[in-house]
Design a protein around this ligand. Structure first.
Ligand code: G3H
Length: 236
């Protein structure tokens, strides 16, 4: 049986808020989250990136209208790749979106492998949230736009959204400045024609201001996405 979710990128007309649970989940957590999660879907498009083993459960437990995405996908279509999950396998269970290139996965893959992931996901027509972000050194050396542009080569002709996550802001409590987020998101949308999400230490204190940036189309939230009350507050 083929399951479908209508998650095509072009459908994300509202601000898109994505929770990335990373390698945090259990069946008990998921059930509690599903029962208590009350996003305002009239105002926001919402997705949760769950670990592979919880994708099916997440689809069942999340409120109707909340999309479920994977956190990564293989750069191969099929074959002897032990431990890998292909875009086709995701589509087969109704998972129509994935992150690619999150800095926590880029550590383990070369740029060419990230490009292959993009190509495989794109061939399967799975929604791609392509993550980019500069290192602290690239930022302090003033070469962050060049750094980001190099990462963006992989998606030049690909239909996807970009999540801008400065590496130094992920899980550190250090959020990028509004002017910096604005500069980078305007650069990406004007030069590459993509919608841009921001991620990196988003919390209850800073989310509203970030969402007001005209060139920001949504948020990719890590740590706070595990706290259902805080997600309800952001998504009210
Ligand atoms: O995918 C989410 C980002 O890595 C941000 O994580 P964080 O909100 O815990 O900083």
């Amino acid at each position: 049986m083929l399951f479908t979710q209508k998650t095509k990128i072009k459908c994300f007309m509202k601000k898109l808020i994505i929770g990335n649970w990373k390698m945090n989940c259990s069946r008990e957590f998921l059930c509690d989250f599903g029962v208590n999660f009350r996003p305002n879907l009239n105002k926001f498009d919402v997705a949760i990136c769950a670990p592979y083993t919880f994708l099916q459960d997440a689809k069942e437990k999340m409120p109707d209208g909340v999309r479920v995405f994977a956190q990564d996908v293989a750069g191969f279509t099929s074959g002897a790749y032990t431990g890998q999950i292909s875009a086709k396998m995701l589509m087969d269970i109704g998972i129509c979106g994935t992150l690619i290139g999150h800095s926590e996965t880029r550590k383990y893959f070369q740029d060419e492998e990230i490009s292959s992931k993009v190509q495989c996901a794109s061939s399967e027509k799975i929604d791609i949230i392509y993550c980019i972000g500069e290192s602290e050194k690239a930022r302090s050396d003033g070469v962050y736009l060049e750094f980001l542009e190099a990462q963006l080569k992989a998606i030049k002709d690909i239909n996807c959204m970009i999540a801008y996550e400065p590496i130094w802001a992920i899980g550190t409590g250090k959020v990028a400045g509004i002017a910096d987020i604005s500069e980078v998101s305007s650069f990406i949308s004007s030069k590459f024609g993509k919608k841009v999400l921001y991620g990196g230490s988003v919390n209850l204190e800073n989310y509203a201001q970030i969402l007001e940036i005209p060139s920001i189309h949504g948020l990719l939230i890590g740590g706070v996405s595990l706290k259902v009350d805080e997600m309800n507050e952001i998504l009210k």
